[in-house]
Design a protein around this ligand. Structure first.
Ligand SMILES: [Zn+2]
Length: 80
């Protein structure tokens, strides 16, 4: 047992590392809702609240790998 939980925690650490490295606060949220926390957007991601799309190109596998290495997080290959 415990395998599922470990995988889940690995995924969480993985996603956290990528967000810490490449995530930026949505500029549209800052304008529209300056008192609340802005959504954190990854390259190419769309804000769920105001539909702002981050203009940066999507992350390559190498960029994702670099973020995981820098944050000591597990790396998973994206299958899609
Ligand atoms: Zn936003």
């Amino acid at each position: 047992m415990g395998d599922v939980g470990d995988t889940f925690n690995d995924w969480k650490a993985h996603n956290k590392a990528i967000r810490a490295y490449y995530g930026v606060p949505c500029p549209q949220c800052k304008i529209g809702r300056p008192k609340t926390n802005a959504s954190i957007l990854l390259p190419g991601q769309r804000c769920k609240i105001d539909k702002y799309v981050d203009p940066r190109p999507r992350l390559s596998e190498d960029q994702i790998k670099a973020a995981c290495t820098a944050n000591n997080a597990p790396y998973f290959e994206r299958t899609r």
